[in-house]
Design a protein around this ligand. Structure first.
Ligand code: NAP
Ligand code: GCO
Length: 284
């Protein structure tokens, strides 16, 4: 009975495509999927990153299929999906993970930078989802997981384009659910809080005098757990949302933020800095 129940969380034989998964959160999602039986497919923006990813998968004993493909380029994405279907199989699970951020005050941000962030973070998930939906509809099942953010709900200085894209991605999640739920396709999103990856490294860098970065102090004071998240904090939900155990969950954004979105926060000056070593960087 327990074994039967656990089978609901297995991804045995499923083809999982994680975009931008050479390192960072994408690599961690893919490793978690592989651990429960999925075949891994990934893309990244250049050959150097794909090689880095292939090496990381090999080291982890995972046979992954990785190619260069820009998620904003519809022709490349269509060709990539066709190749995957021919070489690996039809895609059962898509994680729209590839994303970029540009931290620039809005009045100083060029339209080119704005367009680039919207294009990767919002148009990319549209293009990739559009490419996998027809075969999911034909099969009568499919899972799409979008990479939302605290910025799907909150604003903050310097991240206007990122917040606009991630807010839009929340609504794209609901719309894919609304339009394709009838085909037994579930589209949900993971909303990570502040996770210690290379993307957030600049926010944790120590000051020249060795003291804590003010943003690090700010995040810890806003987080009941008083720590940054780690990739492993996200993996249980990723596997759950990719598996049949979540078949009646659709159109939701689930936040993994150590409680940030439930808490008004405390005065940062009350934090005892001596308690905190520099948050260990994820080695991925
Ligand atoms: P990351 O380390 O920057 O990884 C994203 C990957 O996507 C990189 O390999 C990146 O390449 C690639 N990429 C960029 N543009 C692409 C394109 N046009 N086509 C294909 N691949 C492209 O990010 P992460 O920190 O692991 O985060 C993964 C996702 O979670 C992102 O969507 C991010 O916004 C979201 N997220 C992260 C956090 C966090 O705390 N880390 C929190 C909330 C949400 P380059 O290295 O060349 O850019
Ligand atoms: C920032 C951060 C965030 C996080 C994450 C929060 O500058 O505020 O980079 O955008 O990466 O998305 O959920």
């Amino acid at each position: 009975m327990a074994e039967d129940f656990l089978q609901k969380f297995a991804l045995t034989g499923k083809v999982a495509w994680v975009t931008g998964a050479s390192y960072g959160l994408g690599l961690a999602y893919a490793k978690a999927f592989a651990a429960v039986g999925a075949k891994i497919v990934f893309n990244d923006i250049n050959q150097e990153l794909v090689d880095r990813g292939m090496k990381a998968y090999e080291e982890a004993g995972i046979k992954a299929y990785g190619k260069v493909c820009d998620v904003t380029n519809e022709e490349q994405v269509t060709a990539f999906v066709k190749e995957v279907e021919e070489n690996v199989g039809t895609i059962d699970i898509l994680v729209n993970n590839a994303g970029i951020i540009k931290r620039i005050p809005m009045v100083e941000m060029s339209k080119k930078d704005w367009d680039q962030v919207i294009s990767v973070d919002l148009t990319g998930p549209f293009v990739c989802s559009k490419a996998v939906l027809p075969s999911m509809m034909k099969k009568g099942s499919g899972k799409i997981i979008n990479a939302c953010s605290m910025m799907s709900e909150f604003g903050r200085e310097t991240v206007s384009a990122y917040a606009a894209a991630k807010g839009g991605l929340k609504m794209l999640t609901r719309n894919i659910c609304s339009e394709y739920g009838q085909y037994n396709i579930q589209c949900n999103a993971i909303g990570p809080g502040y996770i210690a990856t290379p993307q957030t490294a600049p926010l944790r860098e120590r000051q020249a005098d060795g003291s804590m970065n003010p943003f690090d102090r700010f995040i810890r004071s806003k987080t009941p757990a008083q720590r940054w998240g780690h990739t492993e904090d996200l993996m249980g939900l990723a596997v759950f949302l990719a598996s049949s155990a979540s078949d009646f969950i659709n159109g939701q954004v689930i936040y993994i933020d150590g409680g940030i979105s439930a808490y008004i926060g405390q005065d940062p000056s009350n934090l005892d800095e001596s308690k905190f070593a520099a948050e260990a960087e994820e080695k991925i």
